[in-house]
Design a protein around this ligand. Structure first.
Ligand code: FAD
Length: 436
């Protein structure tokens, strides 16, 4: 059910609400309880799911107002971005009251247990099995690339519940408790030096029957809702659910901190009534080029202009989408195009940033102390930002569906090109050749 609140000016409404309710001396948990139950944590959700039925662009304006007001934003992470809209769409009212309430108030953190060693782009080829045992399901299998699994209370799990039907028809979406003996996490350290990802081993893990979201064996539809929100959020540069500045859940340990202490500090003059001033990558790299005396190099100038152009195209696309949506229309493939554009922006930012830095771009501080030492040695405080961006630049073209997969989707669904021939829509999963 989608309920839409027809508030003429959501920004004025949230500002009035903040005047009454924001109190930096509340704990994070107390503040998120107020914010979430008033519908301001995830205002795009329908009103029966702790939202206000706002459009994405109105929700972005609300988020900006929260920041400009100096209040702590909503809980960060995948619960708000992915689990809440999926459960709001496919769950029962009881499930919404159990899970979504705890997401918008930051009580529980979520991770996404989708990818497997043999099922990433071909997600519907997953082999993790869930077998019914009375009122429960017993789950066995392995997931991988599970971001923030180490701080998650619950997981969005997709598992195979029927092998005798074509692969998309035998999958179920579960809410699984991550704090149980059958769930083992092994962190994977990335070249950035962080261990954001995990391998997750599920060995006789248990999920109650009432944690099946949507119908049994209809998990592919629910998973697609999750993925649509992932792509839309990523194309928008991280998503409306990602920018809260504080981590939800029982493991991250932030719920009992003072809310006012977690409000991100912005340098004086960078926040306006209309929200924080937006500093694009092109602007920062232009400053870096100027500081290093390389802004007269024709090749550098060309790449800076290209980066600026890509940034502007991204903004125009989102304005065009906003106007089309407001008129009741849609632009097929726009979420995929936005994600591809983001990949181009991070790749070009990486290459240009490293080119500007020259040999010092080979140095990266993995700890605070190392970064301080590098700042002192090079006299360039932007070095860590550029090398950090360069090391992470491999990720956006992969997560949320690789660039190649975005192009496939645009080709097939937006341009109507023929699909690659295969029989996986008709042949039972048990008879299909497997990746592993
Ligand atoms: C930073 C980051 C965070 C992530 N977080 C999570 C998470 O929290 N939870 C989760 O479940 N997953 C997560 N992932 C996993 C991510 O969704 C997968 O990595 C992604 O879907 C690609 O799958 P794969 O790695 O198995 O690559 P593969 O599917 O094996 O692809 C390998 C290569 O083959 C290409 N390819 C594959 N199939 C086709 C095709 N049909 N046509 C053309 N080319 C093709 C791909 O584009 C790629 O270049 C994360 C990944 C990253 C990088």
């Amino acid at each position: 059910m989608t309920t839409t609140e027809t508030s003429a000016d959501p920004v004025a409404a949230v500002r009035a609400w903040l005047e009454e309710n924001w109190d930096p001396d509340l704990t994070v948990a107390e503040w998120w309880e107020r914010l979430g139950l008033a519908g301001w944590s995830a205002p795009t959700l329908p009103t029966n799911a702790y939202g206000r039925g706002l459009s994405r662009s109105d929700a972005v304006a609300v988020q900006r107002e929260l920041t400009a007001f100096g209040a702590l934003g909503p809980p960060a992470g995948l619960g708000l971005l992915l689990a809440a809209p999926t459960i709001a769409t496919h769950g029962t009212q009881e499930q919404i009251d159990t899970y979504v309430r705890d997401i918008v108030t930051g009580q529980r953190a979520w991770c996404q247990l989708f990818s497997e060693p043999g099922a990433g782009s071909d997600l519907a080829g997953l082999t993790t099995r869930a077998v019914q045992d009375g009122d429960e399901w017993i789950v066995n299998g392995q997931k991988v690339w599970t971001s923030l699994g180490q701080t998650a209370d619950l997981g969005m799990l997709i598992a195979r519940t029927n092998v005798d039907v074509p692969k998309h028809q035998g999958i179920t979406w579960f809410a699984i408790d991550m704090h149980q003996p059958g769930v083992e996490l092994r962190p994977l350290v990335e070249m950035t030096g962080h261990a954001m990802f995990n391998e997750v081993f599920l060995t006789d893990a248990r999920v109650p029957n009432d944690a099946v979201i949507g119908d049994l064996n209809s998990g592919w539809a629910a998973a697609n809702t999750t993925l649509q929100h992932e792509r839309a959020g990523l194309g928008a540069g991280g998503g409306s659910g990602g920018g809260g500045g504080a981590m939800p859940g029982t493991v991250a340990g932030q719920l009992e901190l003072r809310a006012g202490d977690l409000v991100p500090q912005r340098p004086a003059g960078t926040a306006t009534k209309a929200g924080p001033a937006r500093t694009s990558g092109a602007t920062m790299l232009t400053e870096l080029a100027r500081g290093l005396g390389k802004n007269t190099d024709p090749g550098v100038r060309q790449d800076l202009a290209r980066l600026h152009t890509l940034d502007a195209i991204g903004r125009f696309n989102s304005q065009r989408m906003k106007a089309t949506r407001a008129a009741g229309g849609d632009i097929p493939g726009m979420a995929n195009i936005s994600k591809l554009l983001m990949s181009d922006v991070v790749r070009l930012s990486r290459d240009l940033g490293l080119r500007l830095l020259g040999p010092s771009g080979m140095l990266h501080g993995y700890t605070k102390e190392q970064r301080a030492a590098l700042d002192a040695a090079t006299g360039n405080p932007m070095l860590a930002l550029v090398t950090g961006t360069a090391l992470y630049a491999q990720a956006p073209p992969i997560y949320g569906g690789t660039d190649q997969i975005q192009r496939n989707i645009i080709g097939e669904r937006a341009l109507g090109l023929p699909k690659e021939p295969n029989n996986d829509k008709t042949m039972p999963f048990s008879e299909l050749p497997k990746n592993q």
